[in-house]
Structure formats: structure tokens, C-alpha cells
Design a protein around this ligand. Structure first.
Ligand SMILES: *Cc1c(COP(=O)(O)O)cnc(C)c1O
Length: 390
């Protein structure tokens, strides 16, 4: 059967060149970067090269990049360590309603442990409006954490403006840029970012490795305690092969960013327009202008996302839905509810996120298969027969 992978916001395949760069550090170059002998020095050198490659991608200094076990850990460190180490200045933090659970649940953890949390609403496109942030700021606000782009609906936030509002109030600004690093340009200096989380496996690198950018001068402690690795900011022997892979992935992403973005924008537009043209009662979600290249998110009325995924999977098409049905209870996506969709529409969500290996022919195949799937599922829906067929 064909395999058509359109779930690049969940993860991406490891690029062949990335894998090749990692091989020596999985085999002969097994040194511990903390060792002073030759094997240790070779590993250390590889680590520092990767740090420069990742720093270049976001216009940071390499001394501002700290490797972590992934995006989730970077988000946890940014939020928990920053709040705990600056609690004497204030215990209020602000985030948005559409964050990834790695941010939302971390903020919630702090709230349960004596911190004060404000969760900002978004508008119907999924944008956090700077005026809304402005109104939520208190004298004791120390951190604002707003994601760069949303993983479900693709919307890109006005980060520079949001960071400016935070800074005017004396708060630091963190962004979960896991969906955007390597996909669209990021300049931490120009955008006024103090803390930024990135992850390797969303940009054709290996899983289990990411980084936290910490602007020089920002006071933040560590989350993992132990050895003196990562300039005492993240204890634990470094994942050298993973870091080397992340570095290589970052360099490749930087070199081909413009071409890939243009290609994915074209494919994404064709796919979205095709879906809207061929399938009635369909709503495109998110900001159609300001969005991650190749991210297509829609809701089909009178069908259920989980059923669409199963049907697509039977054709070899791999996608995802905001409506994840586990343990029988259907929780519609918090993101789709936050942009104001009623639960019954949010239940019919489908996310197709394209990557550099997808082809126009694959788009045509999806546009041939998907309308049939939706039409068949709707035939089984009593809601559609009663209300939607008109
Ligand atoms: C994937 C993702 C994460 C989690 O990153 P991991 O490296 O998988 O831990 C966090 N935030 C967003 C927006 C993501 O897309």
C-alpha cells in the first residue's frame, strides 16, 4: 500500500544527511564530552559545532543555546526555572489558551504550587492580541509565555509586539517556537525573545533532543540538577549523537528554508483550496495568511475526526485530528474551542501538515480520496441526514 505521510507537525523523518552525521557518534566517537582525553575532546568539539549550527538558525550566540531532552523539557525549564528563580520579583505568569500541553500543564503545575496564572483568550484566527496581553499584565508579572505558531491550526503570533508589551511591564518573554524553528525565519534579537524552546524532531532531526535559548543576562536556574554540563544549566551526560543530529538538521533547515517554505505554501494552498472546493460544510481553521508553511487545518461538519483518520489510514494517508478519542470519551481540542468553534464542529477536525518530501501527486491523491471518505461518513450520520443535506 502507498504511504503518504502528512503529519509533520507531530514529527518528521530523520534526513539521510542528519543520520550520516550522527553515525560516528553512535560508533567510534563514543567519548563523554566531560572527559579530558582525546575521545572526550572529540565529543566536546562535536557538541560545540552543533551549538553553533543551532544558534545560527535563530541568530543567537552559541553561548546562549543549552541542549535539553527535547521541546517539552525546554518549555518546563523556561517556565518553572524562571518563575522559581524570580519568585522574589513576583509570582504572576501569563500564557495563552492555545499553547501545547507542555506549556499549559507546566503553568498549571505552578498555579497549583502557589503561583498566579492568567490564561489569555485568542481571537477567531487564533491570534493573541497584544492589547489583550497589555490588559492582563500586573505589577507582579514576571514571565509571559506565548507560542510562536500553533501546532494544530498553524497560526503565527505577533511575537515581536507581544515581547515588547511584556518588556514594557518588566516581564521576561518566552516562546515555544517548536513549530517554527527551521521552518520560518527567527531572529531572537530582532524579535526581543528572552527564552525560546526548539526541538530537533520537528525539523528532520532525531527525537529526544531540543534546546532552550537563554538570552545573555536572563536569570534562570536549572531544572535538571547534578553535573556541571551545559554550563551548569542542564545536568546529565549529553546526548552527543542527538545533539550532532540536531545541529546538522538546523544547518540543513537554514540552508533550504526559503525554498522549502515556498514549496510547502504552494502545496498547502492547493490542498486547502481543493478540500474547500470539493467538500461542502467545511471550515478552514486558523489564520490563512499568517501560518506555518504547509499546514492545512479544517473542520468538517457532521463527521468525527477520529473516523476520518481511520478511513484515511486505510488508504495509507497519515494525518491527525484535534479530536483525540482515547478511553472512549471525546475531548475536542482546547485550541479549536479557544478560537470559538462549537464542540460539535471541533469534533470534525482534520490536520494535514506537509513536509519537504510530499509531492503534488500526493495532494491530488488526497483530493481524490478525502471527498469520498467524508461523503460516506456523512451518509452514516443522522445529524447530516436531518440537517445538513439542504
Ligand atoms: C512537538 C511540540 C512540543 C513537544 O516537543 P518534544 O520535543 O516532542 O518534547 C511542544 N510544543 C509544540 C508546539 C510542539 O509542536
Amino acid at each position: 500500500m502507498r504511504e503518504i505521510y502528512m503529519d509533520h507537525s507531530a514529527t518528521t523523518p530523520v534526513d539521510r544527511k542528519v543520520f550520516e552525521a550522527m553515525i560516528p557518534y553512535c560508533t567510534d566517537e563514543y567519548g563523554n564530552p566531560s572527559s579530558i582525553h582525546a575521545k572526550g575532546r572529540a565529543a566536546k568539539k562535536a557538541l560545540e559545532k552543533a551549538r553553533e549550527q543551532v544558534a545560527a538558525l535563530i541568530n543567537a550566540d552559541s553561548s546562549e543555546v543549552f541542549f535539553t531532552s527535547g521541546g517539552t523539557e525546554a518549555n518546563n525549564q523556561a517556565i518553572i526555572s524562571y518563575m522559581v528563580n524570580n519568585a522574589h520579583r513576583g509570582k504572576h505568569l501569563i500564557t495563552s489558551a492555545i499553547e501545547h500541553h507542555a506549556v499549559l500543564d507546566t503553568c498549571e503545575y505552578l498555579r497549583k504550587n502557589g503561583f498566579d496564572l492568567t490564561v489569555l483568550p485568542v481571537n477567531s484566527l487564533g491570534v493573541v492580541e497584544p492589547e489583550v496581553l497589555q490588559r492582563a499584565i500586573k505589577p507582579e508579572t514576571t514571565l509571559v509565555s506565548i507560542m510562536h505558531a500553533n501546532n494544530e491550526i498553524g497560526t503565527i503570533q505577533p511575537i515581536a509586539k507581544l515581547a515588547e508589551v511584556a518588556h514594557q511591564a518588566g516581564a521576561a518573554f518566552h516562546t515555544d517556537a517548536i513549530q517554527t524553528t527551521g521552518r520560518i525565519p527567527i531572529d531572537v534579537k530582532a524579535m526581543g525573545i528572552d527564552l525560546l524552546s526548539a526541538s530537533s524532531h520537528k525539523i528532520y532531526g532525531p527525537k529526544g533532543i531540543g534546546c532552550l535559548f537563554i538570552k545573555k543576562g536572563i536569570k534562570i536556574g536549572r531544572l535538571m540538577h547534578g553535573g556541571a554540563q551545559e554550563n551548569k544549566m542542564r545536568a546529565g551526560t549529553e546526548n552527543v549523537p542527538g545533539i550532532v543530529g540536531f545541529g546538522q538538521a538546523a544547518e540543513l533547515a537554514q540552508n533550504r528554508m526559503a525554498d522549502t517554505a515556498a514549496y510547502l505554501n504552494k502545496l498547502g494552498q492547493k490542498l486547502r483550496q481543493g478540500i474547500l472546493d470539493k467538500i461542502p460544510h467545511t471550515i478552514a481553521t486558523g489564520d490563512l495568511e499568517n501560518r506555518v508553511p504547509g499546514s492545512v487545518s479544517v473542520c468538517f461538519e457532521y463527521v468525527e475526526g477520529e473516523s476520518i483518520l481511520l478511513m484515511l489510514d486505510s488508504y495509507g494517508i497519515m494525518a491527525s485530528s484535534g479530536s483525540a478519542c482515547t478511553s472512549g470519551s471525546l475531548d475536542p481540542s482546547h485550541v479549536l474551542l479557544a478560537i470559538g468553534l462549537p464542540p460539535e464542529i471541533a469534533h470534525g477536525s482534520l490536520r494535514l501538515t506537509l513536509g519537504k518530501n510530499n509531492t503534488e501527486e500526493e495532494i491530488d491523491y488526497v483530493l481524490e480520496v478525502l471527498p469520498r471518505i467524508i461523503s460516506n461518513l456523512r451518509k452514516m450520520s443522522p445529524l447530516y441526514r436531518n440537517g445538513g443535506s439542504g
